[in-house]
Design a protein around this ligand. Structure first.
Ligand code: CU
Ligand code: ZN
Length: 172
């Protein structure tokens, strides 16, 4: 399923507020996988069930000024392990090919959030507004799944290389 190493694991996306039209929040804490020292925190907010999800996060300990890192929601809750492979494949409830965050729901995995990149201090500041991932809609809900920051670049399904249609990842 994964032909390239994964960098960083985020355990459980936990919800902690769901009431009618009030904002829904969820959080994820990122823990380093065995070959990484990166860690971070991500907050997800959805104002109501028909609005998009705002993803805000800070990830530290990346190689400074790096090329982009694939950033995805993967399908499984990995339990107590910080082994990225325990998180399974990209979250893909509609059985589509891999894509990028600007693709339609028929052209991407629900979990395809594209790439993030680090600044000169090895920190990535994440701000993503995504209308496909959901905290409310059950089929598209990312709750109790895993978010992963990869060492490698996500080609957003457009690379023509071997993993382009599944993970998009390639190492540069
Ligand atoms: Cu991934
Ligand atoms: Zn994907």
């Amino acid at each position: 399923m994964f032909s390239l190493p994964l960098v960083l694991l985020v355990l459980f996306i936990n919800v902690f507020g769901v009431i009618g039209d009030t904002p829904i929040f969820a959080t994820a804490t990122l823990h380093p996988d065995s070959n990484s020292s990166a860690k971070g925190f991500v907050i997800f907010t959805q104002l109501n069930p028909s609005s998009s999800v705002v993803v805000r996060g800070i990830i530290n300990g990346l190689v400074p000024n790096t090329q982009y890192h694939g950033f995805h929601v993967h399908e499984k809750n990995p339990g107590n392990t910080t082994n990225c492979t325990a998180a399974g494949a990209h979250f893909n409830p509609y059985m589509k090919w891999h894509g990028g965050p600007d693709d339609t729901i028929d052209q991407r995995h629900v979990g395809d959030l594209g790439n993030i990149h680090s600044n000169e201090f090895g920190t990535a500041y994440v701000l993503i507004n995504d209308s496909i991932i959901q905290l409310a809609n059950q089929t598209q809900s990312i709750l109790n799944r895993t978010i992963i920051v990869h060492r490698d670049v996500d080609d957003l399904g457009r690379g023509g290389q071997v993993d382009s249609n599944t993970t998009g990842l390639f190492y540069i």
